[in-house]
Write a protein that binds this ligand. Structure first.
Ligand code: SF4
Length: 452
């Protein structure tokens, strides 16, 4: 057993990380699907989209070959509509709500159609939005912390209204979770960079990279230099397992594993032969499938509840199973054993389901029985914890590190607003985009620039 990089050839890496959802090859193919749409009144697909994209309208525009109009319909509601078409769990959102499901027929491939229009917009650099001009000059200055989906969405909405925005981003690239935390076969690093550049092309948004709140910049400085501040800082720190052996070589956290894979390239990422992944959320699935695609011989996912309580979607689970990942339900890590500093075994407790917890899901209870897996790598994907220290340092109201905001997206500090994962603890990209829009509206109101 060994952990090493470069397990595959260049061609094998390229094949394993190729786009999982190939796009339409022609407008004719897109029109065939668009013409199946029933253009429902009060469309359930639109209602189930957190950003309320007018789905029947943009599909109709594709059917009539108005691709530019279609892209504008999508991006007016969701400026990250291109990325969301690749990463949204559409089976539980728009496509899951499509009326064709009730007829027991295939739903309209909304995401694929959305991808078609938005990629055309990016490829052709269509200028679909303009900044509002003010006869008296700039309409306010806002600082945004975090160039992830919430920050970018907030920045774009403010810029459209003529507000000057400066984003402070701790990484060297924008996009947040889209750029650093999602499997490369869903969305490539290059696509993410192109999408960020497309969003910024509206103008009026400056991004200062490698600038971390609490280290390179302070909240007091931002408050002093800007009319308002929006915190879209996300969640970042990986939850620890708090079990013996966690510091052994070969034990990694999923976010760092995926981050490295996307920022350093596939061939330079060491992966084991026998990999265990702890957790069953989207990040766990992305880590497991990518470990397999990097050349791991065996990947076993360990989850403390049953399939009925899994946090990932069935579609994601299917990807892991098709990739050959093994799943062990009702098990939780108890101890990691090693030799010469390297992880060799994962001891798990067998669980059973008890009473429902606060989330309404039945809680796992330790049965007292254990089993052992031989491993040479363990990837922890047991969730992320909010930036509790940072939030406390600035005396921002919070619940266990998650920022508390009122109905106007305002924190307890005057002029400081927040949204996205930093508030909700980690939801979908599309939820963060909507949070950014809500934050921008609240800031416009605060600056007396609201049209409402
Ligand atoms: Fe079209 Fe399905 Fe939406 Fe109806 S529910 S408008 S058929 S995509």
């Amino acid at each position: 057993m060994s952990i090493q990089n470069n397990k595959l050839t260049k061609d094998q890496y390229e094949a394993n990380f190729a786009d999982i959802h190939p796009p339409y090859e022609s407008i004719t193919a897109a029109k065939v699907d668009a013409n199946r749409c029933l253009f429902c009144y009060d469309a359930p697909c639109m209602k189930s989209c957190p950003t309320s994209i007018d789905v029947p309208k943009f599909i109709k525009q594709i059917a009539t070959e108005n691709i530019k109009g279609s892209a504008k319909t999508i991006l007016s509601s969701n400026i990250m509509g291109a990325g969301c078409s690749k990463v949204c769990p559409v089976e539980k959102l728009c496509e899951g709500a499509c009326v064709y499901n009730l007829l027991e027929e295939e739903p309209i491939p909304i995401a694929k159609l959305q991808r078609y229009s938005t990629e055309q917009a990016m490829k052709n650099n269509w200028k679909l939005f303009e900044r509002k001009n003010s006869p008296s000059g700039v309409r306010g200055k806002v600082a945004i912390v975090g160039a992830g989906p919430a920050g970018l969405s907030c920045a774009h909405s403010l810029s459209k209204e003529g507000v000057d925005v400066t984003i402070y981003e701790k990484e060297s690239k924008g996009g947040g979770l889209m750029t650093y935390g999602i499997a490369a076969y869903k969305v490539t690093p290059q696509f993410c960079e192109d999408e960020v550049n497309y969003i910024l092309s509206i103008g009026g948004i400056e991004v200062n990279y490698n600038q971390e709140l609490g280290k390179d910049i302070s909240l007091a400085e931002l408050k002093k230099n800007y009319d308002a501040v929006y915190l879209g800082i996300g969640v970042g720190v990986a939850r620890q397992l708090e079990i013996p052996g966690e510091k052994l070589d070969g034990v990694a956290d999923a976010i760092s594993f995926i981050y490295d894979l996307r920022s350093k390239g596939y061939s330079s990422i060491p992966v084991g032969d026998k990999v265990a992944v702890i957790g069953m959320g989207m990040t766990a699935i992305d880590a497991a499938t990518q470990a397999k695609r990097l050349g791991a011989k065996e990947v076993t996912m360990v989850y403390r509840r049953t399939e009925a309580e899994k946090p990932c979607t069935q579609h994601e689970l299917d990807i892991a199973m098709l990739d050959g990942c093994e799943i062990i339900w009702l098990a939780t890590p108890k101890k990691l054993k090693g030799s010469q500093g390297k992880v060799k075994q994962l001891v798990c407790s067998k669980m059973k389901l008890g009473e429902p917890d606060a989330s309404g899901r039945r809680s796992p209870v330790d049965t007292g029985e254990t089993f052992t897996l031989d491993v040479d790598m363990v990837i922890k994907a047991a969730g992320q914890v909010p930036f509790e220290k940072l939030v406390k340092k600035y005396k921002l109201d919070n619940k266990n590190g998650k920022l508390t905001i009122d109905k106007n997206c305002a924190t307890n500090i005057k002029g400081v607003f927040a949204g996205g994962d930093a508030v909700n603890g980690g939801k979908e990209v599309v939820d963060a985009v909507q949070a950014g829009k809500d934050g921008a509206l609240a800031i416009l109101k605060y600056l007396n620039l609201s049209q409402a």
